[in-house]
Design a protein around this ligand. Structure first.
Ligand code: GLU
Length: 912
């Protein structure tokens, strides 16, 4: 018995330990004794410091893990190779995978980029890239995360900010070539025109000649150079040669494509007057960075090349962050499923899906790495502040939410931070920051730059010279609703202003790199203090700029070419009924007539007695002709001289009359509309009509809110329309509203334009008055005055807007620009003219029928007279002939003779 008790107590104890202690130990405490292997591929020449950083990160991490007895231990399969040698690259990758690795870290060159991508895709093997070989335009590589942030967008923003119109781009690798091409395209897309000379450096140690050549070649005063080199050392070498060729003087501007300005010695450029700008990713004022650098500076540089310095090179810092990102991704996987790697290791060796040792390349089909997909998801979830700032990847594995300091050295100044560039928010130069300082509302403001867009009737260039005959200057060059609105605002803001139509002619859309075009872009870049424009308030824009309350309510609407008015034709009286209905009426008429005939023929109650001179004649009214005539009389609402006598006949008659009553009243009710109204037949009435047809193409303004609305809408009809528009050939998007309206006018009704109602109404009121707004409103929106985020103008502009709404100013402006300047009269709006008296042409068809009837009647009358004459002459002759030959006078004339004369009466001999 006591043994049983002992057993029970033991079981309970085990359960308690399992339930209470095990969760406390938890996945976080979980550690793998087997080191986690990570492959590393470095370039022999370029990656000396990268390698140091990576090895240093692994060693410090492992040391800590061992000391604390917690966390993973890493181990690297590292190879130095010539990354341009694609065969070597492929075989090394294969080798490393066959040995079993969790992921790759390293650099690829132009030549090895495709191989690395192909391997990682085929084997689901994550690749943490520290270079952008291949393309600067962020292509989609499903198994790659890029630890190196992109600098190309920041360069493009700075070029625009400086307003450079020409520059020499000096580079030493394909990466540089891709980068300059990307920048060039980006600027082109933003309609920023810049003349770029590409200049490839074969040997960075001998740049003198190339620099001199470029200098001589450029005879302009604008001497701008962008230097994009593949290693920090190369920058040092090139910078050292600039003073040697005397190109460190006033008037020379250099923009370095490095994100590591802190490791370059720029002090010596403070005296020549040259301007050198670049970027800095590592923030040395960050406590974590400071702590790391303290340890880094104590490391022995002979063992760890590149270390032992109080500045850490970006390549080394990226390696540290790459390992941390990898660690966090694995940690996330373990937290989610604490035994996720349990089956992966056997006696410290990596097994893939329990099938192969390592991940061999030769298996056919390829056996992908079992943890690859989940690891990639885990990478996209991590977020931490590393040495290179905020580390966070977007859905495609590129760094997001990072910030670059802009560092400049110029005459007697610097190197010092002159601004910031943020991957999501773009350029934030110091002057921009200054512009947004709080200003007291009651104080007159300085000159405000007001961005707007040339679009009718909001802002237009005034034609001709001013009243004094002199050419117009300044704000007087413009007119329109927005100009008047700004003048009104001036009273509230007490400001001087400069109207600046946006350069690229766009309203504002976000580019993939997070920058904005158009009016929104002007505000974002600090190139304008506010925007008074038909700028739609959207959630997307509200994220990056501020809007005051809307000054105009609008909706997305449809514009089509006004169809030609349809004059009623001569046979318009036929139109109230469709052809099938007319046919049914005719069939009903014939059927009723025939049935009336049959009923009266067979029903004895239809027969009536008539006495004639010699006999009693029994007659019935409804022979075939009379039956048709009876139905026709009813159909034409005429009184009838024949009426059915039998019950059956009357039932038919009643039903027919009822039928006729309804048909005629329906016809009469419709007739007036068809005869009098000049109708406009709109081929399209609703968005659904547009979506479900293919004959009429439709489009909208590129770079505006309407496009964004369709792009993001969840409504099936709009989604369908967007799917059509985005792929339509030829493209259906237009650059400006004016271009869209012109396309509607030129396309003979085959192009519909999705346009905001205010502009739709305006153009419909302008000559040649050939456009029309159709359908309902697709989405209600508002135009608002916009300003940069945090601007103190918002409150006062909101107040001014509401005030102008209440006191009727906005209404007055709208009336002035939309209705008083209208050119199409009131008839050309939505409504159709309907007050018209009938003209002969409306009813000419009825006259034609009457005339035809008369002519036919005359012809038939003549024929009848002729036939009658012939028959009566013949009958007379016959009677005379018989009278002459008969000797006895019959009591009664022969029945057949009477028959012949009295057709269609049926003659019966009276029974005596
Ligand atoms: N008002 C629109 C905007 O602010 C532009 C016109 C449109 O997209 O239809 O972007």
């Amino acid at each position: 018995m006591s043994l049983w008790w002992l057993l029970v107590v033991l079981v309970v104890w085990i359960l308690v330990v399992a339930l209470v202690v095990a969760p406390l130990a938890g996945p976080a405490a979980l550690s793998y004794q087997a080191p986690i292997p990570i492959g590393a591929l470095f370039d022999t020449h370029k990656d000396v410091v990268t390698r140091t950083g990576f090895m240093y990160a692994i060693s410090t991490h492992n040391g800590q893990a061992r000391r604390s007895g917690q966390g993973m231990i890493f181990h690297t399969e590292l190879d130095d190779l010539d990354t341009d040698d694609s065969f070597k690259f492929a075989s090394t990758m294969c080798q490393q995978m066959a040995g079993g690795i969790f992921a790759f870290y390293g650099r690829t060159s132009m030549a090895s980029h495709q191989i690395a991508q192909a391997f990682s895709r085929e084997f689901n093997m994550p690749f943490i890239a520290m270079s952008h070989a291949g393309s600067a335009s962020k292509p989609d590589h499903p198994y790659t995360v890029s630890i190196l942030p992109h600098v190309a967008d920041a360069i493009a923003d700075l070029i625009r900010h400086y307003g450079w119109s020409r520059l020499d781009y000096i580079y030493d690798s394909y990466e540089g070539l891709y980068q300059v091409q990307y920048i060039h395209t980006l600027l082109n897309n933003l309609s920023y025109s810049v003349d770029i000379t590409y200049s490839w450096l074969d040997d960075v140690n001998h740049v003198h000649d190339e620099l001199r050549r470029l200098d001589k070649q450029n005879t302009r005063s604008e001497k701008n150079f962008i230097i994009d080199l593949s290693t920090q050392n190369a920058y040092r070498v090139v910078l050292s040669q600039i003073p040697e060729v005397g190109m460190n003087r006033m008037g020379y501007n250099y923009l370095l494509a490095t994100m590591d300005m802190a490791t370059l010695d720029l002090q010596r450029f403070r005296h020549g007057g040259v301007n050198i700008t670049g970027f800095q990713l590592i923030n040395y004022s960050d406590p974590y960075v400071q702590e790391f650098v303290r340890a880094w500076s104590t490391v022995e540089p002979t063992v760890w090349p590149g270390a032992g310095n109080n500045k850490i090179e970006l390549a080394a810092a990226l390696s540290v962050d790459a390992l941390e990102a990898f660690r966090r991704a694995l940690d996330n996987m373990v937290k989610r499923q604490h035994n996720v790697f349990l089956s992966t290791f056997r006696r410290g060796v990596v097994y893939n899906r329990n099938l192969t040792q390592g991940i061999p390349c030769y298996t056919r089909p390829a056996i992908p790495w079992m943890h690859g997909p989940v690891m990639m998801l885990a990478f996209k979830e991590i977020t931490f502040d590393g040495l290179t700032g905020h580390v966070n990847f977007d859905g495609r594995g590129y760094r997001k939410n990072y910030k670059l300091d802009i560092v400049t050295v110029s005459l007697d100044k610097g190197p010092h931070k002159t601004g910031e560039w943020h991957s999501e928010r773009g350029l934030l130069q110091e002057m921009t920051v200054r512009r947004q300082r709080p200003v007291n509302n009651t104080r007159p403001r300085s000159v405000q730059v007001i961005s707007s867009i040339l679009t009718k009737p909001f802002l237009m260039v005034k034609k001709g010279p001013g009243p004094s005959g002199k050419p117009l200057t300044g704000n007087n060059r413009y007119e329109g609703y927005c100009k008047d609105l700004t003048d009104e605002l001036q009273g509230y803001l007490r400001m001087d202003y400069v109207l600046k139509p946006v350069n690229d002619g766009e309203f504002g859309k976000e580019l993939p790199n997070g920058t904005w075009t158009g009016v929104v872009g002007d505000l974002r870049r600090g190139e304008a203090d506010m925007a008074v424009a038909p700028l739609t308030i959207t959630a997307d824009r509200e994220r990056v700029i501020d809007f005051a309350k809307p000054f105009m309510n609008i909706a997305i609407s449809m514009m089509i070419k006004r169809p030609e008015k349809q004059k009623p034709g001569v046979f318009a009286f036929m139109e109230p009924f469709s052809i099938p209905l007319w046919s049914c009426i005719v069939i009903a008429y014939v059927t009723v007539s025939v049935v009336v005939y049959l009923v009266s023929k067979f029903s004895p109650y239809e027969w009536s007695n008539r006495s004639y001179r010699y006999d009693r004649v029994v007659k019935y009214d409804f022979n075939l002709g009379n039956s048709f005539w009876f139905s026709m009389e009813a159909l034409m609402l005429q009184g009838s001289d024949h009426c059915p006598r039998s019950v059956a006949g009357r039932v038919i008659g009643g039903a027919w009359w009822f039928f006729v009553l309804i048909v005629i009243t329906s016809y009469t009710a419709n007739l007036a509309a068809f005869l009098t109204v000049e109708r406009m037949l709109h081929p399209i009435e609703t968005a659904d009509d547009l979506a479900t047809q293919t004959e009429i193409t439709y489009g909208l303004v590129d770079g505006g809110s309407t496009r964004k609305f369709f792009e993001t809408s969840q409504v099936p009809t709009y989604q369908r329309m967007w799917n059509y528009m985005k792929t339509a050939q030829p493209p259906v998007f237009v650059k400006t509203v004016e271009e869209g309206v012109q396309r509607v006018r030129d396309s003979k009704g085959k192009y519909a334009f999705l346009i905001e109602s205010s502009m739709n109404n305006y153009y419909n009121n302008r000559k040649p008055c050939d456009t029309a707004r159709v359908g309902g409103d697709l989405n209600l929106e508002g135009f608002g005055i916009a300003m940069p985020h945090g601007s103190d103008l918002k409150e006062i502009i909101t107040y001014a807007t509401l005030k102008m709404k209440e006191d009727g100013t906005l209404h007055r402006l709208e009336t002035k620009w939309w209705y008083e300047k209208g050119e199409c009269g009131s008839n050309t709006g939505h409504r159709e003219s309907n007050k018209r008296s009938l003209s002969l042409s409306n009813v000419a068809g009825v006259f034609y029928i009457l005339i035809t009837g008369l002519v036919l009647a005359i012809v038939l009358g003549l024929v009848e007279i002729y036939l009658n004459k012939r028959y009566s002459a013949k009958a007379q002759e016959q009677i005379m002939a018989r009278t002459r030959t008969q000797t006895t006078i019959a009591e009664t004339p022969p029945a057949e003779q009477i028959n012949g004369l009295l057709e269609p009466y049926k003659i019966l001999r009276h029974p005596r």
